[in-house]
Design a protein around this ligand. Structure first.
Ligand SMILES: NC(=O)c1ccc[n+]([C@@H]2O[C@H](COP(=O)([O-])OP(=O)(O)OC[C@H]3O[C@@H](n4cnc5c(N)ncnc54)[C@H](OP(=O)(O)O)[C@@H]3O)[C@@H](O)[C@H]2O)c1
Length: 247
């Protein structure tokens, strides 16, 4: 277990974000939770406190830079610093390119890519001033392998890896002592499939997830371990797949 840290989580109302908040709370960390649904933010805040952590939340749409900036400011005003920023909010509305689902394309790019950039932009000045910090950016196995139906989602997750690698090198160059970690999960049981707008694609993915998906606390544990290793080292990328998932 590491010392108590201030950890900001986007997409904290469900799945990986929610499970990470609850697990990290057990180590006494201070959690700053961001997402759009206030009732769920309140529920997770309560659960964090019941697990031994402290939490505050800010209603945050990661496609709005002003919301993301406000979340960072909230963390610093309430807890004095930002030690970890978990860029986790994401959607996965997979579809064939021939369907030309432009709204899905735009939302995926806005949430999965711009949301990550806004998070980095908001937290980086504080981390540079502190001379310490860590970004944990959630990519995907789909950020390593593209296939039919995954074009835009995969592109967004490849982008998360590219952005993270550039950030890592910039931080090393500046001797800023800021760590960069990418976590790329395979099939994990969460509500992510609810973001698939095409019913046929969704049914196929549900079959795959029913066969292979593993519980979300496996990813939360990976995130906790990435935070806990000594600060002169960073896991730069972790792929966590179900043992039985081939691709
Ligand atoms: N589950 C998997 O198999 C899997 C595999 C690889 C990668 N991932 C990645 O893991 C991350 C988390 O997904 P999950 O599986 O935990 O899915 P999830 O259960 O659907 O959770 C998604 C979270 O993102 C938030 N969110 C969505 N749009 C947002 C926006 N515009 N602004 C702020 N928050 C937003 C949602 O909160 P609100 O609706 O309250 O805003 C929710 O808390 C995503 O980046 C996903 O791509 C998941």
């Amino acid at each position: 277990m590491s010392k108590s840290k201030v950890i900001v989580i986007t997409g904290a109302t469900s799945g990986i974000g929610e499970a990470s908040a609850k697990l990290l709370a057990k180590d006494g960390h201070k959690l700053v939770l961001g997402a759009r649904r206030e009732n769920k933010l309140q529920e997770v805040t309560k659960a964090v406190e019941e697990n031994g952590g402290q939490a505050i939340y800010g209603i945050t749409d990661v496609t709005k830079d002003e919301d993301v900036e406000a979340l960072a400011k909230l963390a610093v005003e309430k807890f004095g610093r930002i030690d970890v920023w978990l860029n986790n909010a994401g959607i996965m509305p997979q579809s064939l390119l021939s369907q030309k689902k432009i709204l899905d394309w735009d939302n995926t790019i806005d949430i999965n890519i711009k949301g990550v950039l806004y998070g980095i932009g908001a937290a980086l000045p504080y981390m540079e001033a502190q001379k310490s910090g860590q970004f944990i950016n959630i990519s995907s196995v789909a950020g390593h392998v593209a296939g039919p139906g995954s074009a835009v989602y995969s592109a967004s997750k490849y982008a998360v890896r590219a952005i993270s690698e550039s950030l890592r090198q910039e931080m090393a160059q500046d001797k800023s002592n800021v760590r960069v970690t990418v976590v790329s999960p395979g099939a994990i049981s969460t509500n992510l499939l609810n973001s698939v707008t095409d019913n046929k694609v969704k049914a196929g993915m549900e079959q795959f997830y029913d066969a292979f998906a593993i519980p979300v606390d496996r990813v939360a544990l990976t995130i906790k371990q990435a935070i806990d290793i000594p600060e002169d080292a960073a896991w730069n990328e972790v792929i966590i797949r179900p043992t039985a998932q081939q691709m």
